[in-house]
Design a binder for this molecule. Structure first.
Ligand SMILES: Cc1ncc(COP(=O)(O)O)c(C=O)c1O
Length: 492
């Protein structure tokens, strides 16, 4: 069993009441019966591995004293844990956490993105920033022979099909694409093919972060990273997007293992970090080479304004946008880039990538082998051919697709929710909007759901889980459905 490094659990798997009280943090901050909040928080610590299975919880009286609550509150919380199959008590040996598959804690923490995918879709889903299949990609999937010669198809079906690093042809295609279109000189050996950018992020957290270590994210951020951080047992620390002073101070004070940033078309704000700040980040990375700086480019090829577009000049064809971090420091060993074909081509391909020094790529490939032994080679072969022959065309198609949808959402918001405030995103697939008043948007999201519209309340994009009046709205439905959905929101 792995014992997390940040918990004072001794060799007999005992945790003191004080150590548990410290770990519980601000557990009574939300509404609800104290014993339920306590049980939920202990359950969450068990989920994240901060409290390992087998650990003996402190005696009820001691924990009650450490928390300044009644003994009955602790007794009821332990009873909830037993009822939910997370703990067992035996006469004389106290209450222990038992190995468990899943818990209400995991369900509570599940963010809007994953909850949306794991449950039945509502009539109008504005919670998931996912696109339909680009026609060029659909044509290739329906008729692979239109893209791949018979020899290529035979080659793709030869061998074992287990390729943890990825298909060599797709590693080369991604390396060329990064070099030509984004100005990041990249060799195929610096590329790992993953099952979407989500797996890229998950592998980076597994390999580069030890349980208990800090991970910096923007606040708000892409909700998928928050779950992955918690599941890695790491400690998220939030910094407002673009706040370089805070970023530098958090890196200095918390000594994080990893800093996760979305400089281009930030999820959820759509913000583009200016070039000067990117230079500052690279300088910070140079001073703190024990911190892995991740530039998530998943949404980078989706400009909404006219500012960024392929210029076809071949010197980093997104020439008018600011350069990715790795373009500024291609050899800095702690600057890593992640990305995906999900938002331009189609999420159903489940293909993403990491660009990093070869040492990191080797560690990630070992973890990928343990996770799934590699992504599907035939799909990788198709996508490699598309990247080589039609990448600009597909990216341009998708950017126009997103612009049309954004225009529909912006018009609907102005018409039906004129008192909401939002800054037009420079790119990406989401609008980050603030409802009037200070109420947390969770209640609003529930009311909207009952009317058939799913949105993500801002709290779920926050690593601190603080109440938030903000809402994330993805504009990935058909334009006419976006108008109906926003109109429905106005009635919620
Ligand atoms: C910023 C960001 N990173 C990563 C992902 C995960 O994408 P995928 O795993 O589909 O490639 C998303 C999906 O919404 C995203 O917005």
């Amino acid at each position: 069993m792995t014992v997390p490094i940040n918990v004072e659990v001794d060799s007999a798997l005992l945790i003191s009441a004080q150590a548990l009280a410290d770990l519980l943090g601000r557990w009574p901050a939300s509404d609800g019966a104290l014993y339920r909040l306590l049980a939920a928080r202990i359950g969450r610590l068990a989920d994240t591995g901060e409290l390992p299975a087998g650990v003996r919880l402190p005696p009820e009286r001691a924990l009650a004293a450490a928390l300044s609550v009644s003994r009955n509150t602790v007794a009821l919380a332990y009873q909830v844990l037993r009822d939910e199959g997370m703990a067992a008590s035996r006469q004389g040996s106290g209450t222990r956490l038992v190995p468990h598959r899943t818990t209400p804690g995991a369900v509570h923490r599940a963010n809007g993105f994953f909850t949306g995918l794991l449950s039945v879709a509502p009539a109008f889903d504005l919670s998931v920033a996912a696109v339909d299949c680009a026609p060029q990609v659909a044509a290739a999937l329906q008729d692979p022979a239109s893209l791949l010669s018979e020899r290529e198809r035979v080659r793709l079906t030869a061998g074992t099909g287990y390729l943890p690093y990825g298909l060599p042809g797709l590693r080369s295609a991604v390396a060329s694409m990064l070099t030509a279109f984004h100005g990041i000189p990249t060799a195929p050996e610096q590329v790992l093919i993953t099952s979407g950018a989500q797996q890229a992020l998950d592998l980076l957290l597994r390999c580069e972060v030890a349980p208990g270590q800090a991970v910096v994210t923007e606040e708000p951020t892409y909700p998928g990273i928050i779950d992955a951080i918690h599941r890695a047992g790491a400690r998220p620390v939030g910094v407002p997007p673009g706040d370089m002073g805070r970023l530098a101070s958090v890196v200095g004070v918390h000594r994080p293992a990893l800093a996760y940033l979305i400089p281009t078309h930030q999820n959820p704000t759509g913000f583009v970090l200016p070039a000067a700040e990117r230079h500052e980040i690279v300088a910070l990375a140079g001073r703190h080479q024990d911190v892995t700086f991740v530039d998530d480019m998943t949404l980078a090829e989706l400009p909404i304004g006219d500012g960024t577009a392929f210029d076809g000049a071949g010197h980093g064809a997104f020439a008018s946008g600011p350069p990715p971090l790795a373009a500024l420091a291609p050899r800095l060993p702690n600057v890593v880039t992640a990305g995906s074909f999900s938002k331009t081509y189609w999420g159903g391909l489940r293909l993403g990538w990491v660009r990093a020094p070869e040492g990191i790529i080797a560690r990630l490939a070992a973890a990928k082998a343990a996770a799934d032994l590699g992504s599907v080679p035939f799909m990788q072969g198709l996508v490699a051919a598309l990247v080589g022959s039609a990448h600009e065309e597909i990216a341009a198609y998708r950017a126009a697709w997103a612009r049309r949808r954004y225009a529909a959402m912006a018009t609907a918001l102005a018409a039906f929710l004129p008192d909401w405030t939002w800054t037009p995103p420079a790119g990406g697939l989401t609008v980050w909007a603030r409802r009037p008043g200070d109420a947390d948007s969770g209640g609003f999201a529930q009311a909207a759901l009952r009317r058939g519209v799913a949105v993500v309340p801002g709290r779920l994009l926050s690593v601190s889980g603080e109440r938030s009046a903000w809402v994330r709205l993805a504009f990935t439905l058909a334009p006419e459905d976006l108008a109906t959905a926003v109109k429905t929101l106005a009635s919620a």
